[in-house]
Design a protein around this ligand. Structure first.
Ligand code: FES
Length: 72
């Protein structure tokens, strides 16, 4: 789960390159950088920056009554 300027986003945790843990990566604005080899993904859409045909799965997030709910 990522917090981008106060908005929560959720993606699969597995990088499409060699399975790196995206949740251990580096978030800058809406971009998550995989800690293994540096592939980058746009968190809101899941698109890979180097190849827009690749996309990690994203999940809808709803914040309600102070609780964060994820539809999976
Ligand atoms: S495993 Fe993520 S960039 Fe290689």
């Amino acid at each position: 789960m990522y917090n981008v300027d106060g908005t929560f986003h959720v993606t699969d945790n597995t990088c499409l390159h060699r399975g790196g843990p995206l949740g251990d990566g580096f978030l800058e604005g809406p971009l998550i950088t995989c800690p293994r080899h540096g592939w980058q993904y746009d968190v809101p859409t899941g698109h890979n920056l180097g190849n827009r045909a690749l996309r990690v799965k994203t999940y809808p997030v709803l914040v309600e009554d102070g609780k964060v709910r994820i539809r999976i």
